[in-house]
Structures are given as structure tokens and as C-alpha cells.
Design a protein around this ligand. Structure first.
Ligand code: ADP
Ligand code: MG
Length: 326
């Protein structure tokens, strides 16, 4: 908890610092490579260029292959959350989920955005479904097994969502324990999964609070562009309030830099800024910008199957190892 408090203080500063600054006035992004290399290897005998730095400017780490599981559950529940749209929440939910499933984890993905993009990205047309997560939230006589769908990826299941969910935001207001509704309805299956990922809608309303109340962790995808940090202080404040009042288990798993373009100074500067602001909370894995991701949406499958040997697939596999690392 103290971590969260102190971090949100930093974040408020970072938030103030970024918007509106011309590129020239940003402190020149990596490399302070020599500094980092020196910090990592104090012996002067080691040449700085022997330390390989990752895209975040920190010494590269190889994450171990996750251990093989011989039984499953109880699930760790992670919400992918950012009230900004278009930052890579849905793409990361699908592809992290698929990479975790490939690593032998039983994974449930929850489409908690009325847009239904998660469902579409997995080849499901959610607008044709009779039962979605909306029915599960609002109707006591609907059980989760009636709503769950298998996907084309072994071990990866989907709780689909569609536009009906936008009504839940309003209807839940009058429910008893309205913030805990999602937690209550998914509880019966948590024993069957290792990881549950919740794809949140771009708002900090009651649905998102429900997702946070049901979660052990939050992954915050941040698009590597100028205003990336704007609004993160508010998001952190929401996370902190949910943690304090509703769900003391909740932690920030990490900040995930997405749509990174290493070829532009701008991209490198923004990533450096994110690392300055959030330090160790930034995942080592950085997701590069590539047209392969929009393509996968059209294909209706994760990048790990659509373009299995692409760098995008490799990045989400690394993220899966990072998330599972002890
Ligand atoms: P969100 O769920 O936060 O609104 P999405 O995951 O839907 O964001 O991504 C927004 C758009 O950006 C989608 O069209 C998606 O295909 C595209 N996209 C996501 N990640 C990347 C990436 N790493 N490189 C290029 N395009 C991406
Ligand atoms: Mg989305």
C-alpha cells in the first residue's frame, strides 16, 4: 500500500511534466546507457558495452521458461486497465492470454467492454450471442457455464461481452454490493483456471471498478506517444481507492509500454519518460508497433497463431514469462 501511495505521488509529477512539452525540451532519452551500464557493473574493468540493455534502458534479463503445471487453479485475476482508448488493452489481453495458454496455463479472458472487441478479436461475433457477461451480471438464473466459450486456442476460454454491457453500468447502480458483482459471478470457475484476464472498457466507471474489485493485479498498457502519462495519476487514484475500500489484494502488476517505435527519437523519448516516472513497475517487455496486430483482429485470432514466428508473437511470449516469473 505504501508503494502505491508513494508511486502515485511520482506519477502526479510525471503527469504534469509530460503534456505539452516540445520534443526538444525532454531530457534526451536513452542512452544514459553508460550510466546504467556502470550501475549494473561497478567494476571498472567491465566495459560498458558488455552490458546489453533492453528497450527500457535497463540491463537485459532472460525470463525463465515457466514451470510445467500438473494441476490448475486457483486463478490469479488481472485487469488490463486504462481509461484511454486505443492503448493496446484488448490486443494485450488477447495475445498475453494466448501466450499464457501456449505456456500450458488455463486462461479465461473476460470481455468487459461493451464494444466487444475482445470477442471479435477471437473470431466471435458477440452481437449474435444470446448470453454474454451482461446476462451473467444481471440475471441470477444464468450460470457462467452457459456463457463461457472455447476459443481456437487450446486452454484459452472466453466470457464474451457486447453492447448489452453498457446497460449494466446503469442497472448495477441499484444492486446490493454493486462493485462486487463481477467477482461474485466468476468465483465459481476460478478453481479451474490459472489466469483470468479482464479487458476493461476505456472509462473509470462502475464496470471498471467491478473489474478492479475482482482482480489481484492490474496491468496498465500505455501507448508510447506524447500524452501517454496523462490520466495515469487519476487511474492510480482509482486503483488506490478500490484497494483501500473494496479489495486490499489489488496490486499494480506493471506498466506495459505498447506501440513502441524504436526508430523514432520520439518513441525512445516517451519510453524513457515512462521508465523515469514508473521505474521498476515498467515491464521489461515492450510491445513494438507493427501492422501485424491490426491484421490479427481481422483474422480473429491471436498473433501467436496468426504469425507465430513474428516479433510481436515473441514479445507477448516474453511478457507471459515475465508475468509468470517468480
Ligand atoms: P484498446 O483496447 O486499449 O482500446 P486496442 O488493443 O484495441 O486498444 O488497440 C487499438 C488499435 O491499435 C487496434 O486497431 C489495434 O489493432 C492496434 N494496435 C494495438 N497494439 C498495436 C501494436 N503494438 N502495433 C500496432 N498496432 C497496434
Ligand atoms: Mg479495447
Amino acid at each position: 500500500m505504501s508503494l502505491l501511495v508513494s508511486m502515485s505521488t511520482n506519477w502526479a509529477t510525471a503527469d504534469d511534466a509530460v503534456p505539452g512539452q516540445p520534443a526538444e525540451s525532454l531530457p534526451s532519452a536513452r542512452p544514459p546507457a553508460q550510466d546504467l551500464a556502470a550501475a549494473a557493473s561497478p567494476e571498472p574493468a567491465v566495459a560498458p558495452d558488455e552490458v546489453v540493455l533492453d528497450a527500457t534502458g535497463r540491463p537485459q534479463i532472460e525470463f525463465p521458461e515457466p514451470p510445467v503445471l500438473d494441476s490448475h487453479g486457483p486463478a490469479r485475476v488481472i485487469a488490463l486497465c486504462n481509461q484511454k482508448g486505443g492503448v493496446g488493452k484488448t490486443t494485450s489481453t488477447i495475445n498475453l492470454g494466448a501466450a499464457l495458454a501456449e505456456a500450458g496455463r488455463r486462461v479465461l479472458l473476460i470481455d468487459f467492454d461493451p464494444q466487444g472487441a475482445l470477442s471479435v478479436g477471437l473470431g466471435v461475433n458477440p452481437h449474435e450471442l444470446d448470453l454474454t457477461v451482461y446476462n451473467l451480471l444481471m440475471q441470477r438464473d444464468v450460470s457462467i457455464d452457459e456463457v463461457l466459450l472455447k476459443t481456437g486456442v487450446p486452454g484459452l476460454d472466453l466470457l464474451p461481452g457486447n453492447i448489452d454491457l453498457s446497460a449494466a453500468e446503469v442497472q448495477l447502480v441499484s444492486e446490493v454490493a454493486r462493485e462486487q458483482t463481477l467477482a461474485r459471478v466468476i468465483a465459481p470457475v476460478l478453481g479451474e483456471y490459472d489466469i483470468v484476464l479482464i479487458d476493461c472498457q476505456p472509462s473509470l466507471g462502475l464496470l471498471t471498478v467491478n473489474a478492479l474489485a475482482a482482480s489481484d493485479g492490474v496491468i496498465i498498457p500505455l501507448e508510447c506517444e506524447y500524452f501517454a502519462l496523462r490520466g495515469v495519476a487519476l487511474l492510480m487514484d482509482t486503483i488506490y481507492r478500490v484497494q483501500e475500500r473494496i479489495n486490499p489484494r489489488l496490486e499494480v502488476e506493471g506498466i506495459l509500454a505498447t506501440m513502441y517505435d524504436a526508430r523514432t527519437l520520439h518513441g525512445r523519448e516517451v519510453l524513457a519518460r515512462v521508465v523515469d516516472a514508473f521505474g521498476d513497475k515498467v515491464f521489461r517487455t515492450v510491445i513494438a508497433r507493427t501492422v501485424r496486430f491490426p491484421e490479427t483482429t481481422v483474422a480473429g485470432e491471436p498473433i501467436t497463431t496468426y504469425a507465430s514466428s513474428s516479433t510481436g508473437a515473441a514479445a507477448y511470449r516474453q511478457l507471459a514469462r515475465e508475468v509468470l516469473a517468480p
